[in-house]
Ligand binder design. Sequence first.
Ligand SMILES: C[S@@+](CC[C@H](N)C(=O)[O-])C[C@H]1O[C@@H](n2cnc3c(N)ncnc32)[C@H](O)[C@@H]1O
Length: 257
Amino acid sequence: MVDKNWTKIFTDGFRGPASPGHHRIWSAVYGDEYPAALDTHSYITVSELDRMAEDCLLSAGDRLADIGCGRGGPGIWLAARRDAELIGIDIAATALEAACEKASAFGLADRATFQLGSFTDTNIATGSLQAVMSIDALLFAADKAEALAELARITAPGGRLLMTTWDYHTQPDGRPPQLSDHRPVLEAAGFSVLTYAETDQWRERQYRTNVLMIESVEELAAEDGRDPAELLIGLKEMLATNDCMSRRVYVVAEHRR
Ligand SMILES: C[S@@+](CC[C@H](N)C(=O)[O-])C[C@H]1O[C@@H](n2cnc3c(N)ncnc32)[C@H](O)[C@@H]1O
């Protein structure tokens, strides 16, 4: 199968407001662990965000980047919590427009910027960040080693990486090459891995959200005028990739001095 055009998929997916159907499904599966106000497009939980706020070691005025920021919620929340400045990067212009609006709604308009870019081309100055984060996005990078080297380049010595992503035991069809373990690649990029923890109930929660989305395909497609048959193909593909994953991981790493 040919690799998908992720820029088109995400640009189309982030067009229009956040989906009420997505909100309903995530609330049903995650309950209080769903950070509803953040309009996330990921499996991030309230507990993981709280843990990141502790692990990032950011002080007021420090600089944080969120790579693959989507609508911006997790980075905006963390920057607000730690009084940090935020740069959000994503390949989807539609996501960045929503992220700008969200930053304003959270009172962060004067210290949050959002710009088009990618894991391997952030356009952020070398060593200029005290922390970099990425939520459920690295799986879409074509070259994980190159992506993590770029995250190390932009992070100051002693600065931290906070990330959630997946290890895979089998390469899924039509997806960028995946890793069975990110730790050797993180170390080679210049990070010391401090935490590498499987996240709570990840497989069960992903399956439940994916199955509920498939069951709600007509409602979800009607929200933004998509073709239900086409959407169903994408949802089934997403469900199938779960079988290739060995764990979802919460990662904290420090850029070596
Ligand atoms: C599953 S969403 C997560 C969004 C956001 N982090 C959140 O928690 O709501 C994955 C995000 O990664 C972005 N993305 C995909 N490929 C990327 C790349 N090569 N570089 C940067 N961002 C990318 C997508 O546009 C999308 O916003």
